[in-house]
Design a protein around this ligand. Structure first.
Ligand code: APR
Ligand code: ZN
Ligand code: ZN
Length: 361
């Protein structure tokens, strides 16, 4: 029997979101219905509402979530009702050319549920990133559910579903940060702070946070930053070199998505070092670099998709580190809110007042 639940819907470009009754079908083959316990508010949800992703309104927003599997469809064996899961937006297919090459973390054919959730009048909803978790329940592909230790609270666990995983993964997966490395991170929002935390967990020795906002730099210290640089006051490239014996950092992570800060990251790394771009540029941006330096500095310029994470490998491991007190996830939760407070949370996020507002159901 299809169920009616409450969910946060963006109906048209720029209009405030509203809580609506939505219809969740029973899970079909390969699908699961998940009762959401917590879902973080992310910039991407706001981008959907502003029409910045596509124009397939109405959107069912929310995608950084954890909850309990309620029911599964035919053929689902990876999760079962009652499992505590984190939702991911890149369910690997196992069959595309990347999966077949043994690189499922880059899967080129990630999938979502086949059936549609709807409004009461039958209008089909577009779930944000194929999830739609600002809702009491949502329908996903079973591969979007990763079972983790239920001792972790849903508020913290759900954050691994998007921005925090992107940041941690930028450091540990894409940047391959190792023990003794020096790491610099540009931008100390949720993603950048998670990159700092990832660098700390990976054993980095010097961890430098760069931002233009002193409040963000204060927060960064709680996530492993050993040094902070306000780049509105000093040249961050010079400052990073000073902190690394004049050399530059081994791994520099750009967590903003601006050409200016990407160039700073490029020049702030040591010879043969790695630059990781996890900030998402706008389509109209270009970046110009001296070509001889691209060659002469060697090393690697990499992009990090969703922290190059493999949910089945990374989520349970990171939750275990969290439960052992070795990974700070609680620090990302600035406030917990109800479903009808998402619009207000967007404004706080835009004003830079919070790292994450988390809807608790
Ligand atoms: N130099 C240094 N820091 C800057 C600059 C700049 N020119 N411009 C902005 N910042 C800082 C802001 O002060 C803020 O602390 O970058 C941080 C960005 O944080 P958020 O806006 O909270 O964004 P976040 O959620 O962390 O995402 C960062 O990663 O996944 C992507 O789409 C996401 O592109 C976005 C980026
Ligand atoms: Zn694949
Ligand atoms: Zn997100």
């Amino acid at each position: 029997m299809p169920q009616e639940v409450r969910g946060v819907v963006a109906k048209s470009v720029g209009a405030p979101v509203s809580v609506e009754t939505i219809v969740i079908p029973d899970p079909g083959p390969g699908e699961a219905v998940v009762a959401i316990q917590a879902c973080g508010v992310c910039h991407t949800d706001l981008h959907y509402r502003e029409g910045g992703i596509n124009d397939e309104f109405p959107f069912l927003l929310g995608h950084e979530a954890a909850g309990l599997v309620e029911s599964v469809g035919e053929g689902v064996t990876d999760v079962a009702p009652g499992d505590f899961v984190i939702l991911n937006w890149r369910a690997v297919c196992g069959d595309c050319r990347s999966c077949r090459r043994g690189r499922p973390q880059y899967c080129f054919a990630a999938h979502n549920a086949t059936q549609k959730m709807t409004l009461l009048d039958g209008t089909e909803l577009s779930p944000a990133l194929g999830i739609g978790a600002f809702a009491e329940k949502t329908l996903v592909a079973s591969g979007q559910c990763t079972k983790v230790n239920p001792e972790a609270g849903a508020e913290a666990a759900g954050l691994l579903g998007c921005g925090v995983m992107a940041g941690i993964g930028a450091a540990i997966n894409t940047g391959q940060v190792g023990r003794g490395d020096s790491v610099a991170v540009f931008g100390c929002g949720g993603v950048g702070n998670a990159a700092l935390e990832g660098a700390r967990v990976a054993g980095a020795h010097t961890i430098i946070a760069v931002d233009i906002d002193d409040k963000k730099l204060e927060w960064a210290k709680e996530f492993g930053a050993t040094h902070t640089i306000n780049s509105s006051q000093v040249d961050p490239v010079e400052a990073i070199r000073e902190l690394t014996n004049g050399n530059g950092a081994d791994v520099v992570i750009e967590a903003i998505g601006l050409p200016e800060t990407y160039k700073q990251a490029f020049f702030a790394r040591d010879l043969a070092g790695t630059v990781v771009l996890v900030g998402v540029p706008r389509p109209d941006m270009t970046v110009e670099l001296p070509f001889i330096e691209v060659f002469g500095r060697g090393g690697a310029l990499k992009s990090s998709w969703y922290g190059d994470c493999l949910p089945s490998r990374d989520f349970p491991m990171l939750i275990d580190l969290y439960l052992q007190g070795r990974l700070n996830l609680d620090g990302f939760v600035s406030e917990t809110i109800a479903l009808d407070q998402v619009e207000a949370a967007f404004h706080k996020m835009e004003a830079g007042e919070v790292l994450r507002s988390v809807v608790v159901l």
